[in-house]
Design a binder for this molecule. Structure first.
Ligand code: SAM
Ligand code: SF4
Length: 336
């Protein structure tokens, strides 16, 4: 029952990303519409169910757990969940517990996260301009996030910034953002905007698809750029800027095929498992989770069956006029 999870293409599944809520205190234009209808609370996995679910995955060989959302830190009592997961770090079964956050609640929670064994956080930040920040996040306020970053670093957390590359929006800020990260010893990764959700209208107003090939070319105008061989089994590729020694990441789900080394699966806050970010296929884990209250036999069976159906790869493609392989669900649903 606890044998490692190997998919049909011989990829070992060791990395799980779990969305713990669909709610958020921001409304980023590329992620949510302004008027979002959120799920009724009873649809969400409870904190206890999230614990059982993650524990089942850890039993079956998952070594890295990333918590996401929506905004994970707006889920009530979420620290209880993190504290619970720290037992798997203590036992050595889990190698890393981490999260992706917009940073708005870090001032409050950074110390508690560190105490629970979290050592690294990804913080999403697209611009250092207060007005532009309010524009892209609609509800977010930059100073609060900057205080969150300070708190995280003070608590001892290693911080990586994730910036969505938006042509004509944060494009002119690339040198400034890069310098700012160097000064503060923050890692930086650029993400290509993905065609998630039915309506990308506001994203198109604020900025457009900015290919990371072009982002890289922009770096080459200012720095000597060296490719780094390391791979995390995910969509990120890294370069080093020789002049500063900085490592810059590029997440290029659209222009780079990384599927052959994919080691990850995602579970939504309602317990649906998506074995590929770019495919619609999902399976329900909530029913087996709720049905197997003593022991997690049914749950583990359902997880194994889903991994057995993991597709080979995805079909995003911007190269045609029409966005092919476009997904109808939002990132906040699957968890970015
Ligand atoms: N609220 C948290 C945050 O913003 O970090 C975690 C969830 S958010 C959905 C995770 C990541 O997905 C963020 O870095 C966000 O910028 C990214 N994201 C959301 N929608 C996206 C899109 N359409 N294309 C590319 N990245 C997107
Ligand atoms: Fe919220 Fe993160 Fe989506 Fe922005 S990207 S709306 S912070 S879930």
């Amino acid at each position: 029952m606890n044998a490692p999870l190997i998919d049909p293409f011989a990829r070992a599944i060791t990395y799980l990303r779990v969305s713990v809520t669909d709610r958020c205190d921001f409304r980023c234009v590329y992620c949510m519409s302004e008027q979002m209808t959120f799920l009724p609370k009873k649809e969400l996995l409870t904190l206890e169910e999230l614990d059982r679910l993650c524990t089942a995955f850890v039993d079956m060989g998952v070594q890295k757990l990333r918590i996401t959302g929506g905004e994970p830190l707006v889920r009530r009592d979420i620290m209880t969940f993190f504290q619970g997961m720290s037992r798997h770090l203590d036992s050595g079964a889990l190698k890393e517990l981490t999260l992706t956050t917009n940073g708005s609640q870090l001032e409050k929670y950074a110390d508690a996260l560190y105490a629970a064994g979290v050592r690294r956080v990804n913080i999403s930040l697209d611009t250092l301009d207060e007005t532009k920040f309010a524009e892209v996040t609609r509800w977010g306020r930059l100073p609060q996030v900057l205080r969150g970053i300070d708190a995280a670093q003070k608590a001892g957390l290693r911080v990586k910034l994730n910036a969505v590359a938006l042509k004509g929006f944060n494009e002119p800020e690339l040198p400034q953002i890069t310098r700012w990260c160097a000064e503060r010893d923050l890692d930086l990764t650029w993400i290509e905007v993905m065609p998630m959700g039915e309506d990308m209208g506001d994203t198109q107003r604020i900025g457009q698809y900015w290919s990371l090939k072009d982002v890289r070319a922009e770096y080459e105008n200012h720095y000597t750029v060296t490719d780094l061989p390391e791979s995390t089994g995910g969509p990120a590729r890294y370069v080093r800027l020789e002049e500063t020694g900085q490592k810059i990441g590029f997440i290029t789900p659209l222009s780079h095929n990384f599927c052959e080394s994919c080691n990850r699966v995602r579970v939504t806050c309602t317990g649906e498992i998506y074995t590929c970010l770019g495919q619609e296929g999902s399976a329900d884990l909530r029913a087996p989770l709720r049905a197997s209250s003593d022991g997690d036999g049914l749950l583990k069976q359902a997880i194994r069956a889903a991994i057995g159906d993991k597709p080979k790869g995805h079909d995003f493609d911007y190269s045609r006029q029409q966005v092919a392989g476009k997904m109808t669900r939002h990132m906040s649903h699957t968890g970015g």
